[in-house]
Design a binder for this molecule. Structure first.
Ligand SMILES: Nc1ncnc2c1ncn2[C@@H]1O[C@H](COP(=O)(O)OP(=O)(O)O)[C@@H](O)[C@H]1O
Ligand SMILES: [Mg+2]
Length: 419
């Protein structure tokens, strides 16, 4: 008789409803899968609820996809407990995302030799709320000339919080007037000044889930529903590969599993500017055409992790990365190749692909069938109705229906071998 195992994937959610419903539907439609050793795996999903927990409680989940702990601390502490005590696999782990924010990511990528724009961290504008602040600041805060710091970077530049997220507190600085206004407004936020990549040709946003990366053309000035352009081949082959390597390097280095990485491309140089997003946007109303890809990648990676008992590691191991970074024999291209190899090791990319071929050969067809179904359309309609006012419903039915319909057409052709 075949070996049989059960796995529970927990979803720790905030206000999102669209992608969880998609993920749950696809997991249920996937059915029982059989791996290369003829073991059968039955995957179920469940939404995690928030309630008192005893630190000795045993969780039922094997893996949790977290979308909440970046702002809600009770479930964050539960995640830490189940990671430390019960080996629950997390997408993402608060041990790496809380301790390693945007600033740390800039530092790491600089050390790895990537083209992070010139960046300076300036001290808080307003006093820190602590009784020791007055004495400490009088004794140790060195007075500085903000204009001189800015001149050293050069205009235009961006002022943005060191830990970033959702464009909160980000401003474009064109001259000293903007500079002082933005610094005065920064108040209790700790700010970076970063040289603008002015006149960039492409804004590439790479969504990465495990070893799967989709590099998309992003239009930051458009409204949310139009930010991801459906365009293939907008990067040269070399730049496209570099973008994938940078995104996977960031994740493998920090042990992030589910993240988006923003890069600006100018004159063939890739400048990574933002790559610590603990809860990357995967709404169908943002990703539209790319939504089926994201759901499929999330499902495949989660199933791979539980079915192969992938071990969660919560701490960063910088040694192998810095050995490459500090190797004088390697140029930038040589380092990128070495980082990609380390990322492939970390994500077990080859084993993952084999697993997908063996245990999930039906997944492409299954996802296509669902996205082409009335059930998907009902999910899309209810998301549109929750997101937009009634007078916009028809327009967005057309917009998102058209884009996901285009994916169905392209995917049908791809699977028939003519795409
Ligand atoms: N160095 C830069 N050069 C050009 N544009 C930038 C730069 N830094 C930020 N921006 C613009 O500001 C936006 C928000 O900055 P980002 O670092 O992504 O912060 P957040 O973490 O809030 O998303 C970016 O999407 C981009 O449009
Ligand atoms: Mg950003």
């Amino acid at each position: 008789m075949a070996n049989s195992r059960e796995h529970l994937i927990g979803l720790l959610l905030g206000a999102e409803t669209d992608w969880p419903r998609a993920f749950e539907t696809l997991a249920a439609r996937m059915g029982v899968i059989t791996d290369g050793a003829s073991t059968q795996h039955r995957i179920s999903t469940e939404r995690v609820t928030i309630e008192p927990f005893n630190l000795r409680d045993k969780p039922r989940q094997d893996l949790v996809i977290d979308r909440l702990a970046h702002w809600y601390y009770h479930p964050r502490e539960w995640l830490k407990k189940v990671a430390l005590m019960d080996d629950v696999y997390l997408l993402n782990s608060p041990f790496t995302f809380q301790s390693m924010e945007k600033h740390s990511a800039y530092c790491a990528l600089l050390r790895l030799g990537m083209h992070v724009p010139e960046t300076v961290l300036v001290p808080y504008k307003n006093p820190v709320d602590n009784v020791r602040w007055a004495y400490t600041s009088e004794k140790y805060n060195k007075s500085f000339d903000l204009d001189q710091v800015a001149d050293g970077i050069g205009y235009p530049m961006f002022m943005k919080p060191f830990d970033g997220g959702a464009w909160r507190g980000v401003s474009m600085i064109k001259d000293p007037t903007d500079l002082h206004a933005a610094y005065n407004d920064s108040g209790e936020m700790l700010m970076h000044l970063q040289k603008a990549v002015d006149g960039f040709e492409v804004f590439a946003r790479a969504l990465t889930i495990g070893p799967e990366t989709m590099v998309m053309k992003f239009q930051p000035d458009e409204p949310m529903h139009d930010r991801y352009a459906v365009e293939h081949g907008f990067l040269s082959e070399g730049v496209g590969t570099e973008a994938v390597t940078i995104a996977q390097t960031v994740n493998a280095f920090f042990r992030w599993e589910f993240n988006s990485c923003e890069m600006l491309v100018k004159d063939g140089v890739v400048y990574p500017i933002d790559y610590a997003n603990a809860c990357p946007d995967v709404a169908v109303t943002s990703l539209h055409y790319y939504f089926p890809w994201a759901m499929k990648a999330l499902l495949k990676w989660s199933v791979f992790c539980v079915a192969t008992d992938r071990k969660a590691r919560t701490q960063v191991d910088t040694d192998p990365w810095f050995a490459v970074a500090d190797d004088p024999a390697l140029d930038y291209g040589g380092k990128l190749a070495a980082y990609q190899a380390l990322a492939n090791d970390h994500f077990e990319t080859e084993r993952y692909r084999e697993f997908c071929d063996t245990a999930l050969p039906h997944l492409d067809e299954m996802v296509l069938e669902w996205v082409d179904s009335d059930d998907f359309r009902a999910m899309l309609t209810s998301t549109i109705q929750q997101t937009y006012p009634p007078q916009e419903w028809d327009r967005f039915e057309g917009h998102f229906g058209g884009l996901t319909g285009m994916w169905v057409k392209d995917e049908t052709a791809r699977l028939a071998g003519v795409g």
